[in-house]
Ligand binder design. Structure first.
Ligand SMILES: C[S@@+](CC[C@H](N)C(=O)[O-])C[C@H]1O[C@@H](n2cnc3c(N)ncnc32)[C@H](O)[C@@H]1O
Length: 403
């Protein structure tokens, strides 16, 4: 039995795994608990052991990729020679603690569910409107997963919490003919989602009778449970599959809690994200409603005895990073964009400027590892706010100053 295969775990193995994983996170806190944009401002590079720096400096990207191949290659367990033992040990342990991305699920009544992980649904072109490639990738796979789970448990109604623009919902309603109730706290999104549906669904076979939108904010309160029951009654839904795609921060624990309390919910498919947006408890000792098992919480209390949380906002950001395979593949671009941004922070700080993002998603793919291109796009992505002696400078003057 492989302790990393979550489908086969028993409690003794989980206990041992948690002890090792938490020990690892604690030992390497210096490596994950910092703001990447302040890498140079806060001299984070000085925390790196000298022997790690010596071993990796001067290596080309290809050489570094080869050295780190142990992380990518699932059958390889040995780190290549050339790295000091402390770094080899870190890589070995990191790899060993990785959880397998097994497509396994557990029904409320028990019993593992094996899913056909490779499949994705063909989405009609009309319904792709507004979806970026990443969203299309997620929706086409998640729709299949939900369909398989609904088939297994005999469910015909899906309750989507945090539905956003309802991309996934349209596919579930049109391609698989599910009754879908799309709940969303942002009323504007609900209106836009309805508009999108009326413009892009099939004209001769509209799905508006299957897909219903409800503007509602869900939280941990009994009132939320009542509101959801009312919505389910309104549409005559008794057995449902609850879904949530990209449930940011504390929204994921809210959904897990609801699933446990809502008897109508027979299956749950929830993809969390933006863990760094989870709320901290008032005394700042940790994340409120942190989605950890009781055993993990007890272990954490026993092992982490210092003041403040073990997992800070900076550390939790790691949980939303790309996979290690993708990181290695695009090492050049990732390293460059973080390096450029950290240099910009250093330049701005030294001239008393504060940096603010102009838009939520910046565009590293536009500049890749080209510093000039970065400088050309950076001022459309960021705004420099002057303060102190530079208080009245405009953004254009700041650009010149930083260049
Ligand atoms: C990142 S978006 C994901 C939207 C959609 N599921 C998708 O993947 O395209 C998260 C959505 O959840 C909604 N949301 C967040 N907290 C919520 C809450 N407590 N109750 C209902 N909706 C919420 C947000 O307004 C937002 O539209």
């Amino acid at each position: 039995m492989d302790p990393r295969n979550i489908g086969e775990w028993n409690l003794t193995e989980e206990d041992a795994y948690l002890e090792r994983a938490l020990g690892f996170i604690i030992r390497y806190k210096w490596l994950h608990d910092f703001k990447i944009t302040r890498f140079y401002v806060d001299n984070i590079h000085e925390n790196l052991p000298q022997e790690w720096v010596q071993a990796s400096s001067g290596l080309s990207t290809e050489e570094l990729q080869t050295q780190l191949d142990v992380l990518r290659n699932s059958s390889s367990t040995e780190v290549r020679a050339g790295f000091p033992e402390s770094l080899r040990m870190f890589l070995r342990e990191a790899k060993d603690l990785c959880l397998k991305r097994a497509m396994l699920g557990e029904g409320k009544g028990g019993g593992a569910l094996e899913l056909e992980s490779e499949h994705e649904v063909d989405i009609p072109r009309r319904l792709m409107y507004g979806m970026r490639p990443k969203k299309l990738h997620e929706v086409s796979r998640m729709a299949v997963l939900i369909h398989q789970i609904c088939q297994k448990y005999g469910l015909r109604t899906v309750l989507d919490l945090g539905a956003g623009m309802g991309y996934l919902d349209c596919v579930l309603a049109e391609v698989y003919a599910y009754q879908v109730i799309a709940v969303e706290s942002d009323g504007c999104r609900t209106v836009n989602a309805q508009r999108r549906l009326s413009r892009h669904s099939q004209k001769d076979r509209p799905i508006s009778n299957l897909l219903k939108y409800e503007a509602l904010t869900i939280d941990h309160s009994p009132g939320s449970l009542r509101d959801l029951r009312e919505v389910l009654n309104k549409y005559g839904a008794s057995l449902i599959c609850i879904i949530g795609l990209h449930c940011c921060g504390s929204f994921t624990p809210i959904i897990l809690d609801l699933f446990a309390r809502l008897d109508e919910g027979k299956a749950l498919v929830c993809v969390g994200c933006c863990y760094h947006l989870m709320r901290y408890s008032k005394n700042q000792s940790g994340v409120e409603h942190c989605p950890l098992s009781k055993m993990a919480k007890q272990k954490l209390e026993g092992l982490w005895t210092k003041p403040g949380p073990l997992l800070t906002t900076a550390s939790l950001r790691l949980a939303t990073q790309e996979t290690k395979v993708r990181w290695l593949k695009e090492l050049d671009v990732h390293v460059s964009c973080h390096h450029f941004r950290a240099v910009l922070e250093l330049a701005a700080c030294s001239r008393n400027y504060e940096i603010k993002k102009r838009r939520r998603h910046t565009s590293p793919e536009q500049y890749g590892s080209d510093a000039d291109k970065f400088l050309a796009t950076v001022f459309t992505d960021y705004q420099l706010i002057g303060y102190g002696h530079a208080a009245n400078r405009t953004n254009d003057q700041s650009v010149v100053s930083l260049q």
